[in-house]
Each structure stands twice: as structure tokens, then as C-alpha cells.
Design a protein around this ligand. Structure first.
Ligand code: GMT
Length: 379
């Protein structure tokens, strides 16, 4: 049995890979006996507060007539310091650098000598989008350098971070993990609720931000459905209304289903046949991994860290970014070839289990925590 730690976990509560990953990591660490203090402005999407050793610590927004918009970062820093002091926190694990690493750094200044070390996990847009902005870059350089350890979810994100920032210490790569839950509804039931009959079903789960390039996904799907019988399920967080006009513009209403605000995602993966992603950048793409664990091959653009997750022509089909024609061909190919889906799906599942299981990845984070704590205590 590992010596239990008190860990403060910082993450965004909104639908997004970084919050999901941080939350699942919290659950797994709590299962191993550690006390997990999740600090966020509201309970993160998918957080199970009823589980033992999970403590949700709300950080308030402050509204004041002089502020044009509510302040989040400074109250968060104050809250982190308070949670650390009241609960003898051993380490702070900040997921997504902005504002979490900056807030943790301020908290550390507040606490002084007794402050716990900070581990920052970079997830993607915190570096390649926000990190590149002049408004954040010097501050990020400072607080990343002040972190006791920085981890990235892929080699690609590590490389992008090294190109933007000058960090003395080596960045560690700790990929994402996902453990499926057994479906609670049958494949037939879900497909009947979606009214997709026996047709082939592609699935896309994301927050639909512009970086996901839903426009390109719909263009390729439009191309494909003129040549094959396929449906597309979009799991949309709460953002569905944003893409309805795009679907209508392409006359895809009969081929695209949207489901939002769903927590039982496993039911939908288990009822689908392959995943479809068209992002212009993904540091990793947790949605692809979720599908892989359910035995789904994927079709995606070959961008960012996706080639580290999907082995082209083995666990899915990757095409160059923006090549709608190649994407359409890939959709038609997987839609029409059940054997290929089965073979690639089996390989995807095996790869996900071997490389990206909770057991492997939580061990990696634990190893990182222990190394940081050991080096702190030797100082
Ligand atoms: O874009 C998202 O889906 C949300 C975003 C986030 O920061 O919450 O996801 C990022 O982190 C995920 C978990 O590490 C990665 O799997 C996603 O690839 C990454 N998104 C981008 O890099 C665009």
C-alpha cells in the first residue's frame, strides 16, 4: 500500500478533455487511498463527489462594480492557499496552465516556506493557443519555470512547449488514459433511440470549439453519404445549437444526430462503429481514446499528438489535414467494410489497453509525484 498523500487537484469544470482527465485521475487516486481536494468554481463535469476521499472545494468568482468582468484567478489563488493550509496538502497538481498554474504559484507565495510543490500538466490549448499570446506568454514562462515538474500529454505537445518556452527542467510526457464503464443500455436500445436502424454509425464527442473544425467534418460527411449509407452522432456538450445551421446548410439533417449533456458516454460508444475527428490541432484527443477502449477504429486528420494515439492503417485511418476528399474516401471505406472495422477496432482496443490504461498512467503520475516529493525533502 502506497503512503497516502493529500493532493490538491486544479481543473476547469467545463466539458473538455483536461477537466475530464483530471477528474478521472482524482477518482483513481482516491481509489488508491489518497485524499483528493478538487478545487474549481463548480464541481467538474463527471466528478463523483459521493466517492470516498473525494472533496470538492468551491472557489468563488468575485463580482464588483469596478470590475468589468468577475475575477476568478485571485479568489482561486486564495482558496488554494486555504485548502493547502487546512488540509496539510502534500502537492498541488494543476491541470491546464491558465489560470491554474499561475493561481497555484500565487498560493505558494501566500503560504511561504510550508508550501507544497506544484506539478503542472499541460493539455494543449493552454500552450498552443493561450500560451502563444503576448498577454500570457511571459507570465506562463515564469510560472512553468516555477513548477516543480511540468508534464505534457503527448510528445507533440512537449515539442510545441519547448518551442515556445525556455524551461530548464525536462518536461515529462504522461499520456491520457481512459477506462470504459460497462454500458447500462443495450446497443439496440441506443440505436433505436437515435433512429439509425442497422446503418453504420460514426461518433464524434467534443465541445465543438472552432479548433474542432466541425465544418470540415460535415463537408467530408456530406461527400461520403452520397456514396454510402452512414449516420453521424455528435455528442455535443451543451453546444448543439451552434452547429444546427451548419447541418441544415448541407442538408444533412437525416444523417446527423446530436445528443447533448450526456454523462453515460459509454452507451453511445458501444452503439457506434467508428470515431470521426477533424480538429486542426489535438495534443492527444481523448475522444479517440474513449472510442478505442470500446473497440472503435478512428478516422482523423494527422495533426498534433493524434499519430501517437492512432497507428495509421492499423487502429484507424489518418489523412492529411484539410484533405476532405481523402476523409470522405476513408468514411466510405470504413462504412462499407465491416471486417476492416472489426480488425482495426480490435487493434485499437489492444493498443488502448496496453498504452493508455488507468493502471499504467496513474502509476506514471504517482512515480512523478514521488520523485518531486523526494527531491523537495532532500533540499
Ligand atoms: O479541446 C478539447 O477537447 C478540450 C481540451 C482541454 O484543454 O480541456 O482538450 C485538450 O486536452 C485533452 C486532455 O489532455 C486532449 O486529449 C485534447 O487533445 C486537448 N485539446 C487540444 O489540444 C485542442
Amino acid at each position: 500500500m502506497e503512503e497516502p498523500l493529500n493532493i490538491a487537484l486544479l481543473c476547469h469544470p467545463t466539458v473538455g478533455g483536461s477537466g475530464i482527465l483530471a477528474t478521472e485521475l482524482g477518482h483513481r487516486l482516491a481509489d488508491r487511498g489518497h485524499e483528493i481536494y478538487v478545487i474549481s468554481e463548480r464541481p467538474p463535469f463527471r466528478l463523483r463527489e459521493d466517492r470516498p476521499r473525494i472533496h470538492f472545494c468551491e472557489s468563488n468568482l468575485v463580482e464588483f462594480p469596478l470590475f468589468k468582468s468577475p475575477d476568478h484567478t485571485l479568489p482561486l489563488a486564495t482558496r488554494i492557499a486555504e485548502v493547502c493550509t487546512n488540509n496539510q496538502i502534500d502537492l498541488i497538481h494543476a491541470h491546464y496552465a491558465i489560470p491554474h498554474t499561475a493561481a497555484a504559484w500565487i498560493a505558494k507565495e501566500l503560504i511561504g516556506q510550508a508550501a507544497p510543490p506544484i506539478i503542472t500538466t499541460l493539455h494543449g490549448t493552454d500552450i498552443i493557443y493561450l500560451g502563444a499570446m503576448a498577454e500570457y506568454r511571459p507570465l506562463l514562462q515564469h510560472v512553468l519555470e516555477a513548477s516543480n515538474l511540468v508534464t505534457c500529454v503527448s510528445e507533440n505537445l512537449k515539442k510545441r512547449t519547448e518551442q515556445l518556452f525556455n524551461l530548464d527542467a525536462e518536461i515529462e510526457v504522461v499520456p491520457n488514459f481512459f477506462e470504459p464503464k460497462p454500458p447500462t443500455r443495450s446497443r439496440e436500445d441506443i440505436r433505436a433511440s437515435l433512429d439509425v436502424g442497422d446503418g453504420v454509425l460514426a461518433i464524434h464527442a467534443s465541445n465543438l470549439r472552432s479548433i474542432k473544425r466541425i465544418d470540415l467534418m460535415l463537408d467530408a460527411f456530406k461527400e461520403a453519404v452520397s456514396r454510402c449509407d452512414a449516420n453521424l452522432l455528435i455528442m455535443a456538450g451543451a453546444e448543439a445549437s451552434r452547429i444546427q445551421p451548419e447541418i441544415k446548410k448541407r442538408s444533412l439533417e437525416n444523417h446527423v444526430r446530436i445528443v447533448d449533456d450526456v454523462y453515460e458516454i459509454d452507451n453511445y460508444y458501444a452503439a457506434s462503429d467508428f470515431t470521426l475527428y477533424t480538429s486542426e490541432y489535438e495534443s492527444f484527443c481523448l475522444g479517440i481514446l474513449e472510442g478505442m477502449r470500446h473497440g472503435l477504429p478512428s478516422i482523423a486528420f494527422e495533426v498534433g499528438g493524434i499519430p501517437e494515439v492512432v497507428v495509421n492503417e492499423e487502429s484507424g485511418i489518418l489523412v492529411p489535414f484539410g484533405d476532405i476528399e481523402a476523409l470522405g474516401v476513408a468514411i466510405v471505406r470504413l462504412a462499407g467494410d465491416g471486417d476492416c472495422r472489426k480488425e482495426m477496432g480490435a487493434s485499437a482496443r489492444a493498443r488502448a489497453e496496453k498504452e493508455f490504461s488507468a493502471g499504467v498512467i496513474v502509476d506514471s503520475y504517482m512515480g512523478a509525484y514521488r520523485r518531486v516529493l523526494a527531491s523537495e525533502s532532500s533540499m
